[in-house]
Design a protein. Structure first.
Length: 224
């Protein structure tokens, strides 16, 4: 299976913009290994939909996650810290961590079986990450977990509210990466109270894309 998955990953990455494609250079075997683990576990735990549980479709989801790689904070002498909310089967967090080994991740997921998979995948792929079994923000302890440099989420309908709720856990000047759709952008920006934003439309679908929010950290809020 691994050879076929690596071919699917290679085809999917070809469609990425150059910065994201360059970020993934050299990580294709690890990315294919992650998809192999995901497909294997998906036979027991509902991590992705039946329509997505096919190598080429899953590789496209992986490439979609990697579109966020150019927007991660640049490497530095101390680790970059990433908070992923609603991690599910590990998209987008695990692909991003595979191409940026200097990033430390905290993955928040409310379903215990999915948390078990995320921990197993982290061990198999030698990733530096913690998995928190919690509902965000209700049962996530922001006094223990804090000072994240970037927040990621694919929770389309509630993304803006999640960013706003996460402010106490985000470092000053933190950035949020939201995989969403163009009709929901204005609502997400308004609810997040972000300082600035840019929506990067997906090449294959003008409705879908990546919303990058700036100035998301700290307890203060912008006025509406």
């Amino acid at each position: 299976m691994r050879g076929g998955l690596e071919a699917s990953v290679a085809r999917a990455l070809e469609g990425l913009a150059a910065p994201a494609r360059d970020a993934a250079a050299g990580a294709q075997p690890a990315l294919a290994a992650f998809l192999e683990l995901l497909l294997e576990e998906n036979t027991r735990t509902n991590l992705v939909s039946a329509r997505s549980a096919e190598p080429d479709a899953l590789a496209r989801h992986l490439a979609d996650a990697l579109s966020g790689a150019p927007f991660l904070p640049p490497p530095r002498t101390t680790p970059v810290r990433l908070l992923d909310v609603g991690s599910g089967g590990g998209l987008p967090a695990i692909p991003l961590l595979l191409v940026r080994r200097d990033v430390e991740g905290t993955l928040v997921e409310s379903v215990g079986k999915k948390c078990a998979f995320l921990r197993a995948a982290a061990a198999r792929l030698a990733l530096t990450l913690a998995v928190v079994n919690a509902r965000f923000p209700g049962s996530f302890d922001m006094t223990t977990h804090g000072s994240y440099d970037v927040l990621t989420t694919r929770a389309v309908g509630t993304a803006g509210r999640l960013v706003r709720a996460a402010r106490p856990a985000l470092a000053g000047g933190a950035r949020a990466l939201l995989w969403t759709t163009e009709p929901l952008v204005r609502e997400a920006v308004r609810e997040s109270r972000a300082g600035a934003w840019v929506f990067h439309a997906d090449r294959a679908s003008r409705q879908r894309g990546l919303l990058v929010l700036e100035g998301c950290g700290g307890t203060g809020e912008r006025s509406t």
